[in-house]
Design a protein around this ligand. Structure first.
Ligand code: UDP
Length: 317
């Protein structure tokens, strides 16, 4: 049985990953400081003897002693701890910067101590407002270093840089996943991202708020597909960044129309101001993941959206 530490394990993606590890018969040590995660996401796991939950901030260096004193071995570490919504970057800019830097370093040091594999959750945001399309891993990106999203983009770029340094200097067995837009149950209703916003607006018969003219594009990956990709990447021999996302690209306006078409709603689509530095186009090139992990998404847009809508309906009741 493996013991797997999941930082950010009470978050949206982290909690689905905890489920997958537990379902696989392994043990989970779930860390979260709950600034954007929620105990609701893991409540069904709390009584499981193979699941430990520790409420702690990985930016605090005492995390090293706490874990080392408690566990003689950790086989794998996933670092999924970070705010991940543009609305959260504005609320928690310092926390976002420190978790991607100090937090990431603490976990890398833990991986060194245990000799464990470690997977760092990076992001498509390292490409910024990309000048290449679709985005391949070789592209270095177009990021505003002092813009309103920079706390996230630059902390994840730092995370990649320090991970690459630990790989070079110590031979650490580390992985870097560049995660593109992911959606599904357990997204926070009020996290401000487009999927929860449009679904909750449609369910409440409120205006659907398309930012800008809605011509900007995103490519949405269902969360179970993403989690499978993370697990395959962890098991792989790859030590360079890998895009994980669904290349099914659509404009935000088309996405708004799709949501209206999927629900009985009186909502109207309206356009409002486009936030600064909002990337104009985003679509992963997943050739590398297909080739080296034999991974590609399996859940189509309609199926994934139906599952997500069901979750939001229950939460709004
Ligand atoms: N967006 C929108 N209306 C909303 C929320 C978001 O039009 O109520 C747009 C946003 O401007 C961006 C896209 O949807 O172009 C995706 O935004 P999200 O916050 O989900 O994630 P991002 O990919 O920008 O990190």
């Amino acid at each position: 049985m493996k013991r797997v530490l999941v930082a950010g394990g009470a978050g949206f993606i982290g909690s689905h990953l905890c489920d997958a590890i537990i379902n696989n018969g392994d043990q989970v040590v779930c860390l979260d400081n709950l600034i954007t995660g929620s105990k609701d996401n893991i409540v069904h796991l709390l009584d499981n003897p193979r699941f430990d939950y520790i409420e702690f901030d990985i930016t605090n260096v005492n995390i090293l002693k706490l874990i080392k004193d408690k566990y003689d071995k950790i086989d794998e570490i996933y670092d999924l701890a970070s705010p991940a919504s543009p609305v959260d970057y504005i609320l928690y800019p310092i926390e976002t910067l420190t978790v991607g830097s100090f937090g990431a370093k603490n976990l890398l040091d833990l991986a060194l101590h245990y000799g464990s594999r470690i997977l760092m959750a990076s992001t498509s945001e390292v490409y910024g407002d990309p000048l290449e399309h679709p985005q391949q891993e070789e592209y270095w990106g177009n990021v505003n270093p002092i813009g309103i999203r920079s706390c996230y983009d630059e902390s994840k770029r730092f995370m990649e840089a320090i991970t690459a340094a630990y790989i070079r200097k110590y031979g650490l067995n580390a992985k870097i996943a560049r995660i593109f837009n992911t959606y599904g149950p357990r997204m926070r209703l009020n996290d401000g991202r487009v999927v929860p916003n449009f679904i909750s607006q449609a369910l409440n018969n409120q205006d659907i708020t398309v930012y800008g003219d809605g011509s900007q594009t995103r490519s949405f990956c269902y969360v179970s597909d993403l989690v499978n990709g993370l697990i395959l990447l962890m098991a792989s021999g790859l030590n360079t960044p890998v895009n994980l996302g669904n290349p099914d690209e659509r404009s935000v306006m088309d996405f708004a129309k799709d949501v209206v078409g999927m629900l009985p709603t009186k909502s109207k689509i309206i356009t409002t101001a486009l936030p600064k530095d909002d990337p104009q186009r985003r679509k992963p090139d997943i050739t590398k993941a297909k080739k080296h992990l034999s991974w590609s998404p399996t859940i189509g847009f309609k199926e994934g959206m139906q599952l997500t809508i069901e979750y939001f309906k229950k939460r709004l009741r």
